[in-house]
Design a protein around this ligand. Sequence first.
Ligand SMILES: Nc1ncnc2c1ncn2[C@@H]1O[C@H](COP(=O)(O)OP(=O)(O)O)[C@@H](O)[C@H]1O
Ligand SMILES: [Mg+2]
Length: 343
Amino acid sequence: MGDLELKNITIGYGNTPVIRDFSLTVENGQMASLLGPSGAGKTTVLRAVAGLLQPRSGAIIIDGRPANGLPPEKRNAVMVFQKTLLFPFMNVEQNIGFGLQMQGRSTGEIRRRVEKILELTELTGLNRRKIHELSGGQQQRVSLARALVLKPAILLLDEPLSSLDATLRQHMRELIQDIQAQTRITTLFVTHDQAEALMMSQRVCLLLNGRIRQVGSPRELFYRPADPDVARFFGGCNFFEGRLKNGVYYSQYATVAAPGLSANGDRLTATIRPEDIRICADGNRGITGRVQKTSFEGTTTRIWVQCQDRVFVVLAPVTDLQAGQSVRLHLPPDKIRIFAAEN
Ligand SMILES: Nc1ncnc2c1ncn2[C@@H]1O[C@H](COP(=O)(O)OP(=O)(O)O)[C@@H](O)[C@H]1O
Ligand SMILES: [Mg+2]
């Protein structure tokens, strides 16, 4: 166990920098999610921590020790890859024990540790199975077991669940959380799935185009996105403009007290999440609009409403609204997020 500290890391392939000035700390015993779309640079960060790639600049500190020059086997950081990469000619226990064998551990110790890890990863009894005789979820658990058995200071999980179906994925999320809570291994969990990142850890780091855009609690990223790109990544889709005057934000859609923002006259972008917009049955509250189209999504319906020069997307519990119908939309001021002007 130990802290993982990344300080101002820049990493590139050839002449192109892929990760720029990346800093992140995962505290001892904690799990953090590294979230970003495909191509953002998530795997690149993990490979640098594992020692499979050298950063151009910046420091990687594992358990208080600078790790930049260390080979992978001396780092005490183990990576579980997106593709399982198990040895097909070995059975489950041989795969899991392989790393310990390389370390020259005794047969007795290997057997004891493998048995314990099999139990932890819900693989008890599958010791002699060949890899091709396992389901996708079991193979993924063998990969996890193979990393855990080494008792690394740092566990790096690179989208370990992306190839599993939805039900299995949910079970594996809970299993990984349980194992992390029991073992207290400092873990960096990589995913492109925003919901998964929010549910897996108390700390989420959003990576867009090789740069960290926001680090915080799941609620902070979801409800207080730092900029429109972050909001968009979390499903935000209603953006509009307004102006600040004496601590009040005025737009044609809503008026919001904004005591924290001071720049008078600035044109600022604001957003409201689709599920936070209220459809009013009648009366004169809110803004008028016309339903453009609707899409039934099961527990909710997505409704596109044309209001003045803009289309608002609304997520509502199942509704029988039809295209062409007039509605009023209310944008509750406390649900509106105003973005400070960019410098
Ligand atoms: N070996 C490589 N050589 C050149 N470019 C690479 C290599 N690996 C990844 N890249 C590029 O680096 C960027 C980040 O890749 P990666 O870290 O795999 O992203 P992610 O894991 O977030 O999907 C991508 O644009 C990708 O094309
Ligand atoms: Mg990747």
